[in-house]
Design a protein around this ligand. Structure first.
Ligand SMILES: Cc1ncc(COP(=O)(O)O)c(C=O)c1O
Length: 447
């Protein structure tokens, strides 16, 4: 605490007001004398006009570069019609689509849509308050209980965005006395949470639990708490970490482990119950302290969750800023996720079909000599092109042949790792997959 904060905490409200008034008076008269005889003409335009800021200029240059170097139209913000599924309509043309997180096809499922409409009729379009303060509806708790039971832990809390779930949870639970170790390929939302927490942050080489173990052996005792953060399926590469090893390490060093299941929940494990099910013969779900997932992907909605022990969920419900000071999840979003999870439980065979589709894509890609990197057992499959400009050109070439897939280029990944990223979903047909892999291989050979 600074001297001023220490002093303020000992004063009454009236004394605080008077002290602050004096300080403000002193500050403003100092500013007034220092700027009195200047007219501010020397303050650069970039400091008070966004269109002249270096950040904005860089962005415009980057977009212009994509268009001219790639010789193509801007691949971002393409407007589509209809549901984001195995096909989409863009510019009145139907194309095969690989840019959707709608892994299990629930976003257009009649039962999910009906449950959503019924929830809106019953509760309206918004809960119009923070859940803590009159925003709570019964389906919020039902959703949280379904999520907890899906994973096999005590309880869960849902937030209105996956990104905010990570940022607020990590930023709120950890502080400057703590150490956070995260995989180098971790999602931006985790990094933002680490920055907010003020903890010491170390990014370790991808999947390298040996390095984590070594760092903790050397540094554990310098910190109060330690947190290790990994993903269930990595969102750029589609690979799965060695969860049992990370659990063993976090236990030995007496720390916490967080797993982001944005791309593993609903997708991996025989019944789509995520990485806990994938390793069910070797781990116990309660070995992970913070299970994080999004409901914007397999669960056809918008939002995120933290599942774990009752204490952590209860603490977050009463104190996490993105939960307490934010309106609760809308009835429609809550009902869509709830209906999707119930449907996943009732129809696990959907997951088997998804696995078959992804396996087929990987097999055909390997037969055609395409580089799919580390992808295995998941629905995220990159085709690594190895150069940002060629990657944009390839995405444009396959778009012309009726396939929508997004390029991932520098700075999202290193230039040499530039790739097309395919999200496979339950509704893709074998014919669509055969057609796609052939088209990609042919176009790649041309550019
Ligand atoms: C690994 C990971 N975590 C968190 C998020 C954020 O989730 P949401 O899009 O639901 O905000 C994403 C988004 O794609 C993600 O890939």
């Amino acid at each position: 605490m600074t001297d001023l904060t220490t002093k303020l905490s000992t004063l009454s409200a009236a004394e605080k007001r008077s002290l602050l008034k004096q300080l403000i008076k002193k500050k403003t008269s100092a500013v007034a004398t220092s700027t009195n005889d200047k007219d501010n003409d020397d303050i650069p335009l970039a400091y008070y006009d966004f269109s002249h800021s270096p950040q904005y200029r860089n962005l415009e240059q980057m977009i212009a570069g994509i268009k001219t170097k790639g010789g193509v139209v801007d691949p971002y913000f393409k407007v589509r019609e209809g549901v984001n599924s195995n096909t989409v309509v863009i510019n009145s043309r139907e194309v095969i689509n690989y840019s959707s997180y709608n892994y299990l096809g629930f976003a257009q499922d009649p039962d999910v849509c009906l449950a959503t409409k019924e929830a809106i009729e019953r509760y309206g379009t918004s809960v119009s308050a923070s859940r803590l303060l009159s925003g709570e509806i019964p389906i919020h708790r039902e959703l949280e209980q379904e999520i907890a039971s899906l994973i096999g832990v005590e309880d869960a809390i849902v937030f209105t965005a996956g990104h905010a779930t990570n940022e607020s949870t990590i930023g709120h639970l950890f502080d400057k006395n703590d150490l956070i170790l995260h995989d180098e390929l971790i999602h931006n939302s985790i990094i933002q949470g680490c920055l907010l927490s003020g903890s010491t942050r170390i990014s370790f080489p991808h999947n390298d639990w040996q390095t984590v173990d070594q760092i903790l052996t050397e540094q554990r005792r310098r910190y109060k708490r330690i947190l290790i953060v990994i993903e269930g399926v990595y969102s750029m590469d589609g690979d799965i970490p060695d969860l049992p090893k990370f659990i063993e390490i976090k236990k030995r060093h007496k720390g916490f482990l967080m797993v982001d299941e944005a791309h593993s929940m609903g997708v991996i494990g025989d019944r789509g119950r995520g990485i806990a099910e994938y390793y069910s013969d070797r781990i116990n779900p309660t070995d992970v302290d913070l299970w994080m997932g999004t409901i914007s992907k397999s669960f056809a909605s918008c939002g995120g969750y933290i599942a774990g022990c009752q204490a952590v969920v209860r603490y977050l419900k009463y104190t996490a800023p993105a939960f307490v000071y934010s309106a609760g999840m809308s009835p429609g979003n809550t009902a869509a996720a709830l209906a999707s999870i119930r449907k996943l439980k009732a129809e696990p065979e959907r997951v088997q079909s998804l696995h078959e589709r992804a396996k087929l894509f990987l097999q055909l890609a390997s037969d055609r000599g395409l580089n799919t990197g580390m992808s295995k057992h998941s629905a995220v499959i990159p085709v690594i092109v190895g150069n940002s400009v060629r990657c944009i050109q390839l995405s444009q070439a396959v778009f012309n042949r009726g396939i929508n897939v997004m390029p991932q280029i520098y700075p999202a990944v290193e230039d040499k790792a530039a790739r097309l990223r395919f999200f496979i979903n339950f509704n893709h047909t074998p014919e669509q997959i055969h057609f796609t892999v052939n088209a990609v291989a042919e176009e790649l050979a041309q550019i």
